[in-house]
Design a binder for this molecule. Structure first.
Ligand code: NAD
Length: 338
């Protein structure tokens, strides 16, 4: 797609084409756990559609992939309505894009003071919501389309580092959100064994995690080397007992027995996020799990509440993506003509 069409009619056609293509890719990725194009390619097309819609608001459709989260919950699973929607994250792909995000945050908060950020690795797996009542794990669900997910309670119960019972002074009702992933080493071992046994192998740890989690038979999930890190709270019965920053809330989750990434760190001002990005990027290969970037979140919960949300993502967080590491081995030809 080198020659940018100049006539609005051409652009409308291009936007319709991108909507259709991205909707198909979403289905392959979220519902079938079998993407046919690399993420970097998806991100390029998504960005192109977003830019077209920004430039020509009449091209914006309610059913555009830019306005939606994830994919449909499939019927084979019991459906779970999320009490608070599970959203996506906006992306930055460069220093400039991160700086523009930080500037928007500061302007919106109208704050002359430094804004602290919680910096976290962006784990490349599948988002889950886990509900605890009186400390006991009673339900787990996928993100689905953000409003409705799939009930995967039996599967999540098989993940060894997910506590079935919380410890300490936990709230009566607590929804924990986090990422289920397959550590890189375990993924490689799994694929080797599967190949030797003539079974299906996975293209990358992300698909392995999502595919393993969305099994109808939890005995299959139990045999997969899955791991979990919590990265936020959803609905909580007793807000008053919660800490006032995101980082301290993660520490609270940890004190109740939930695992969190050891790489989480607070920086006192937005400009310090650059050093965190460089540090994690350099150590990317040594981490025990695959990541596709970092996530930066305004640390003070009161400021998060002031900033709020747009349709599919919070205004107080951004995923700063790393350059693409791997392309899919088999890539179906994509027709870029409209
Ligand atoms: P996202 O992956 O860009 O960001 C949101 C997700 O990040 C959350 O749902 C959560 O699961 C995850 N996450 C990991 N670590 C986190 C942390 N520390 N804090 C908060 N969240 C964390 O958004 P998305 O909507 O899940 O997916 C969009 C991306 O998926 C695209 O940018 C693309 O790379 C990929 N995708 C690829 C295809 C394809 O065909 N290849 C299709 C659809 C989507």
């Amino acid at each position: 797609f080198d020659e940018t069409p100049s006539a609005p009619q051409e652009l409308a056609k291009r936007a319709a084409y991108l909507r259709e293509l991205l909707t198909r890719y979403n289905c392959e990725y979220y519902e079938l756990d079998e993407p046919s194009v690399p993420d970097a390619e998806y991100d390029r097309l998504f960005r192109e559609l977003q830019q077209l819609e920004q430039e020509y608001p009449d091209l914006m459709h309610a059913d555009s992939p830019t306005q939606k989260v994830g994919g449909q919950a499939i019927d084979a699973f019991t459906q779970v309505a999320h009490e608070a929607p599970m959203l996506s994250l906006d992306n930055a792909f460069s220093d400039e894009e991160f700086d523009a995000f930080a500037k928007r945050v500061a302007e919106r908060l109208d704050s002359a003071q430094d804004i602290a950020f919680c910096c976290e690795p962006k784990l490349d797996g599948a988002a889950v919501s886990i509900l605890y009542e009186n400390g006991a794990l009673i339900r787990a669900a996928t993100r689905g389309d953000g409003q409705t997910g799939e009930d995967i309670t039996a599967n999540v119960r098989t993940i060894r580092n997910v506590p079935l019972q919380l410890q300490g002074d936990y709230p009566q009702r607590l929804e924990v959100r986090g990422e289920v992933f397959m550590p890189t080493h375990a993924f490689e071992q799994y694929n080797q064994k599967a190949a030797a046994a003539g079974e299906k192998t996975f293209a990358n740890p992300r698909n392995a995690a999502a595919g393993s989690l969305r099994q109808l038979d939890s005995r299959i999930t139990a045999r997969r080397p899955l791991h979990f890190y919590a990265y936020s709270m959803g609905v909580v019965s007793d807000d008053a007992a919660l800490e006032s920053t995101h980082f301290d809330r993660l520490k609270q989750l940890q004190s109740w027995g939930l695992p969190i990434s050891e790489e989480v760190k607070v920086v006192e001002q937005a400009s310090d996020c650059h050093a965190y990005y460089q540090d994690i990027l350099q150590r990317r290969e040594q981490l025990r799990y695959e990541i596709d970037g970092i996530v930066l979140k305004v640390n003070a919960i009161a400021l998060q509440n002031d900033l709020g949300f747009v349709s599919r993502a919070p205004r107080w967080a951004i995923a700063w993506k790393f350059p693409a590491q791997e392309e899919l081995t088999v890539i179906r030809g994509v027709d870029f003509q409209v």
